[in-house]
Design a protein around this ligand. Structure first.
Ligand SMILES: Cc1cc2nc3c(=O)[nH]c(=O)nc-3n(C[C@H](O)[C@H](O)[C@H](O)COP(=O)(O)OP(=O)(O)OC[C@H]3O[C@@H](n4cnc5c(N)ncnc54)[C@H](O)[C@@H]3O)c2cc1C
Length: 338
């Protein structure tokens, strides 16, 4: 008899964990507060995950036709400051498609995925909390929309502005994901894609906003999220947390989804051990926390240091100066947040 693992949250962390546990024959039940398919606020640029992780979770197939993204261009208020290539290509795929595929893989593996099912945030044996970032009084707003007919200047364009930053990356069907993280400014009154353009213009990215105004937005893909804090989420409440529910790395790294997969992989052995009766639940949680801490501490610290630099005018000027003089250590900096 194996005990059932209950997972709260059917995003990337929860679904990939469920898929990996099913590969090992562990009974699993996933509760997802929303339903599929759905658009989510996300740059949809997956960078820094090894195929060995995808294989351990049994989800490599879900990325079979993802765009492979290699070239990167950074801009500050419309001025190109750096061009580079990634040593390992990133994946570009919409969450609309990816989350659905993972749900199908989990169901195909013999687990139940219960939609419109919200679990209460109370620790109990066998419950894994993969319900995403914890609502808090954060000062950020994330906005995303897909556009068609939007030629790109690199596979990933990163645009810094005075109020935040936005990334552009290709996803399927010739669409481009435009996703930004901005400081909340209640004076912006627009809605839908217009709100995204308002934030870009206000941050000094008029040239990008003009390009977007000429492209074709998909209003159904527009999504917004606010009320969250970056970095480590509450860890002392007795919950067994993975993915964003444990730590949220700043989005400029393009590494949050990879961390969701990696945290699921780190949780596989301890949860299998608990389910099969070899490990006490408290030891299982302790083992997962230790693994996540060891895996993510350096990149979370580095990202927490870099993020304010990107947002301060002095920091941006420094990056611009390094970039235009060819001295920006892009690859070493990138490796710090991987
Ligand atoms: C603006 C922005 C841009 C980003 N861009 C990128 C990027 O380009 N690349 C990248 O790698 N990462 C990016 N990220 C981060 C990435 O989106 C997250 O790291 C990733 O989604 C984390 O996955 P998760 O499964 O932990 O959480 P989520 O994907 O948020 O999934 C959590 C799920 O739990 C469900 N849920 C919530 N509460 C409950 C409950 N009580 N009971 C049951 N279900 C519940 C939710 O409906 C949701 O489906 C970005 C984030 C933001 C904000």
């Amino acid at each position: 008899m194996k005990a059932t693992v209950t997972i709260a949250g059917g995003g990337l962390a929860g679904l990939s964990l469920a898929a990996g546990l099913r590969l090992r024959g562990i009974p699993v039940e996933v509760h997802e507060a929303g339903s599929y398919p759905r658009h989510r606020v996300c740059g949809e640029f997956i960078s820094g995950v090894d195929t060995s992780t995808l294989d351990a979770l049994g989800i490599r197939e879900a990325l079979r036709d993802a765009r492979l993204l290699e070239s990167v261009a950074w801009f500050s208020k419309g001025r190109k400051i750096h061009e580079d290539t990634l040593s390992v290509p990133a994946y570009g795929i919409s969450r609309h498609r990816l989350d659905c595929r993972l749900r199908d893989a989990v169901v195909g593996g013999g687990a139940a995925v219960l939609e419109s099912s919200r679990v209460s945030r109370a620790p109990r044996e066998g419950l894994v909390w993969a319900a995403g970032r914890i609502p808090s009084k954060g000062r950020w707003i994330g906005l995303k929309c897909h556009f068609a007919d939007l030629p790109l200047l690199a596979d990933l364009e990163m645009h810094l502005g005075s109020d935040g930053y936005a990334g552009l990356a290709s996803v399927e069907d010739g669409r481009v994901n435009v996703c930004g993280l901005f400081r909340v400014d209640r004076s912006h009154r627009g809605s839908g894609p217009e709100l995204l353009l308002d934030y870009l213009r206000a941050g000094g990215n008029e040239a990008l906003a003009s390009r977007l105004a000429l492209a074709l937005p998909d209003p159904a893909s527009f999504s917004a999220t606010a009320g969250f804090a970056l970095g480590r989420q509450r860890a002392d409440d007795g919950l067994c947390a993975i993915g964003d529910a444990e730590s949220m790395i700043p989005p400029f790294t393009g590494n949050g989804m990879s961390m969701a997969f990696q945290s699921a992989e780190a949780a596989l052995d301890p949860l299998a051990g608990w389910s099969e009766g070899h490990l006490d639940w408290n030891d299982c949680i302790a083992s997962i926390r230790t693994a996540l801490h060891g895996k993510f501490r350096r990149r979370l610290t580095a990202a927490a240091f870099m993020h304010p630099v990107l947002l301060r005018s002095g920091g941006r000027r420094l990056i611009e100066a390094l970039g235009v003089s060819g001295l920006l250590p892009f690859r070493p900096l990138l490796s710090l947040v991987r």
